[in-house]
Write a protein that binds this ligand. Sequence first.
Ligand code: AMP
Ligand code: MG
Length: 586
Amino acid sequence: MLGIRCLLACALVAGADLDKDRNLLGFCETADQDCHSHDDTVWDNKRQTNAARARLDVNSANHTHQLGSFRVSCKKLLEAFPVDEVDGNFVRTVKNCIFSKSTPTPLKGSLTLATVSKNVIEDILDLDVNAIQSDDFLQYASGSKLLPGSIPLAHRYGGHQFGYWAGQLGDGRAHFLGQYTNSKGEIWELQLKGSGKTPYSRSGDGRAVIRSSVREFLGSEAMHSLGIPTSRAASLIVSEEPVLRDQFYNGKVKKERGAVVLRLAKSWFRIGSLEILAQAGEIDLLRKMLDFVIAEHFPSVNMNDPDKYLVFFSMVVNETAHMIAQWMSVGFAHGVCNTDNFSLLSITIDYGPFGFMESYDPNFIPNTSDDEGRYRIGAQANVGLFNLEKLLGALGPVLTVKQLQGAKTVLKGFADLYQKRFHQIFKAKLGLRGDEEEDEYLIAYLLKMMEDTRSDFTMTFRQLSEASVQQLDSRDFTQMWALNDLSSHNLFSEWLSMYLLRHGRQDDDCDEDRQHRMKSVNPRYVVRNWMAESAIRKAEVNDFSEVELLYHVLTSPYITQETAEEAGYAARPPLWAQRLKVSCSS
Ligand code: AMP
Ligand code: MG
């Protein structure tokens, strides 16, 4: 029993010791003059009308705006922070500011609206889905035309990449467009990704390709529907602009096409946003940013509290622990957990080579560029801790000695916070109510069996939710492929007996309730690489039907859907899926 507990602790909770000997690995795309010098591009005005629009379920009655009255504001951020005194999208080291003014570079050739998130368009942007049928939307959401009120900005941030301080990074291919205050009073920051060069582009071309943009769009919307804090994606627009990428860093440079995602978050500030200010000794600005973030996003913190930064830190520690526990609960591996990709609001941001684990494996590495597995799924909690240490490092200059001590104590509590949340979530995944001493053991035992049998993470939990007690009792899993795999374990029957006995002790429970509870926390559909890949292959030849289908399926991941079943989204992954690789290249 102790052995299995220990295994859970090692594999998932605490993770292995951090490897500090890793090479710095940033983005390293091949930049080609032809595909990134288009400041004077005259883009093709012949915009495509696309079939996707026609297929959208139009319900205009509840939504307030047509696009004509939509506007954003940059006032709040521009009043709060100094802006780079230098103008222009040329690469440089930027000092003493939080943003640089930077205009998006329109993509070349005709643009196609590949897909939109109906939920974001309607529920966040208050727009009528009809509005997106306009040419204006295509232009606004691709960076060809500026939204009323927009003063586009690129954010200056730094970060620790793969364990090492990487210096200035910043929005190298993203443009903040402005804040939108919606009908619910929520303030959302709109940002384009893939919209051209900025002062932070370093050797990059400022672009994002179709495959990574499809993944960002689907990944963020899927995570939202799974109930996990995340940035959102409103739309995906693809272009004809050639973008060169060496996808697997093997010298095979391929011509792909540029795409832009219009994405949203309550704030895009990251740990790296504070780190760069501390590293540069810009302490007044560091204080200013902290005060802004706290006032805007941490309303429970009293701005007059002398310990406000410490309180803020402890809240970020808490929320980051929760976010990572939630990632683990759906088998999500972010792939590039650098401090510049860790939000101060503890939401999931910057979807790159992420992956949803299929066969259960604590060493699952979604990113083929992560040679040493620094960001393997089982290390995410530890990496989260590392990133929070870096956040604390950045707060150092504004904390007193006593507060610093307090913050270190808070950090020591991270593992505990994470474990508690992890335990709570996995108990819910198993439909367990109340607390029993053996619950931890039941969870660890199951995970160990899943690891030994390489059972599918998503479907094992889902099928445990869907199987009735009678089915479980009879141990007949011929119709349940994941449970069938799991049941090959020589200890499976013993575990199942314990599990059923545990349920039997829940007096006020019935099997229907248990199944219902479990089905509402164990998704049937996640973005498996093969699903995304299949949709991407079609998208690359301008067929967006599968991106759309996936979007619709993934917005209700807990509900069995006929179209999804027909597409095999809950079936055993096809053999070709095993050969798929996802790298940092995007
Ligand atoms: P990421 O790995 O996407 O989080 O990006 C890390 C850093 O590299 C950020 O500063 C990005 O803005 C920048 N970056 C990534 N790809 C590009 C690109 N194609 N052009 C310019 N900057 C990029
Ligand atoms: Mg990033």
